[in-house]
Write a protein that binds this ligand. Structure first.
Ligand SMILES: NC(=O)C1=CN([C@@H]2O[C@H](COP(=O)(O)OP(=O)(O)OC[C@H]3O[C@@H](n4cnc5c(N)ncnc54)[C@H](OP(=O)(O)O)[C@@H]3O)[C@@H](O)[C@H]2O)C=CC1
Ligand SMILES: Cc1cn([C@H]2C[C@H](O)[C@@H](COP(=O)(O)OP(=O)(O)O[C@H]3O[C@@H](C)C(=O)[C@@H](O)[C@H]3O)O2)c(=O)[nH]c1=O
Length: 292
């Protein structure tokens, strides 16, 4: 990857969220300085006036949209706000990119699928979301596709890292507080280390192939939330009695897909990627957390 020598002007919205912080870490390590990370005040994607000023001042060649409403259960109670951020916010950014001739990299989710059939999901499979979060993320994708040709939409799944809130950090916290935990075994998907995704986003920018469109990206392999939790505890030497339970025994406000393993053939072929296996990346993340 030659991002280190890249002088491409990049704006990152949602820059202090989980993925934003991962991109920032990689940029720091590789001395990439032409990137500006915006929080939700400097770079509120719901405020077209702020956006226009930013685009005018910064003249970005690339924009990465990590900003989103990601509280999956809470979204069921706040559908309006969730839609504003995930749909209208994405559309606002796409419009600015079109006006100021920037390319947009936008992140979407496996939760656009209903997950009813245990089949590897590719980019052309019908998306039929079963939650407010999933529906608004799909709406956001569709807005971008309508407004801007120069876009990459990367659908990813089960993001985690040493930053912000995520399943790995929740498990480590609960594992330290409790003797026993129950985790769902009949929701199957693939975890993704957000650092790996950050590298891919920068790789796409560095290669500048203009192979616009929608891509699936997660780590390699398949697991359940239960098996993921088991690996987290094993790798962090946390002693906790872990019970596997069906989803029906853990009611949540939002429904989640039972099967959301994505086919990554397209991104592997176009970008020649070798994608890390989920457990290998989990080891890296646990080591990073141990060092903190
Ligand atoms: N987390 C996951 O498991 C997965 C995430 N994704 C997608 O990946 C992307 C990155 O997710 P992740 O980093 O984990 O999410 P986070 O929730 O950690 O980060 C999202 C960021 O967006 C900010 N934000 C919210 N509203 C606005 C706004 N109006 N303007 C600007 N910023 C705003 C949030 O600020 P604040 O916290 O202050 O509200 C937060 O910092 C999202 O698009 C998400 O849908 C896809 C699959 C899995
Ligand atoms: C905390 C906990 C969760 N669970 C279950 C609930 C849920 O089905 C699953 C995951 O829980 P979470 O609520 O942490 O994860 P969730 O917020 O559903 O994760 C999703 O976030 C959005 C943003 C995405 O885009 C998805 O790809 C996915 O990563 O684990 C248990 O079974 N036991 C537990 O103790």
């Amino acid at each position: 990857m030659n991002i280190t020598n890249s002088k491409k002007n990049i704006l990152v919205f949602g820059g202090i969220g989980q993925l934003g912080q991962c991109i920032s870490k990689i940029c720091e390590e590789r001395a990439v300085t032409s990137v500006r990370f915006l929080d939700e005040f400097e770079g509120n994607i719901l405020d077209p006036v702020i956006l226009e000023k930013l685009f005018q001042e910064e003249a970005p060649e690339f924009v990465i949209n990590c900003a989103a409403y990601t509280a999956v259960d809470k979204a069921e109670d706040e559908p309006g706000l969730c839609e504003k951020i995930n749909k209208d916010g994405a559309a606002n950014l796409a419009r600015c990119c079109a006006q100021f001739k920037a390319t947009l990299l936008h992140i979407s989710t496996d939760f656009v699928f209903d997950g009813k059939v245990p089949k590897l999901l590719n980019e052309n499979d019908p998306a039929e979301p079963i939650s407010v979060y999933g529906k608004t993320k799909l709406d956001g994708e569709q807005e971008i596709t309508k407004i801007l040709k120069e876009h990459y939409i990367l659908r990813t799944s089960w993001l985690y890292s040493e930053f912000a809130n995520n399943f790995v950090k929740t498990m480590l916290k609960l594992g330290a507080e409790r003797d026993e935990l129950s985790v769902i075994v009949d929701q199957v998907g693939t975890p993704t280390y957000a650092i790996d995704l950050a590298l891919v986003l920068l790789e796409i920018i560095a290669s500048d192939r203009k192979a616009y469109g929608t891509y699936h990206y997660s780590n390699e392999g398949v697991t359940s939330w239960y098996d993921f939790a088991k690996a987290i505890f094993d790798l962090s030497d946390t002693v906790v009695k872990l019970h596997s339970i069906p989803g029906s025994a853990y009611p949540t406000k939002a429904a989640r897909p039972a099967f959301s393993v994505m086919d990554k053939a397209k991104i592997k072929q176009v970008y020649g990627l070798e994608i890390p296996y989920w457990r290998d990346s989990l080891i890296k993340c646990i080591n990073a957390i141990k060092k903190e």
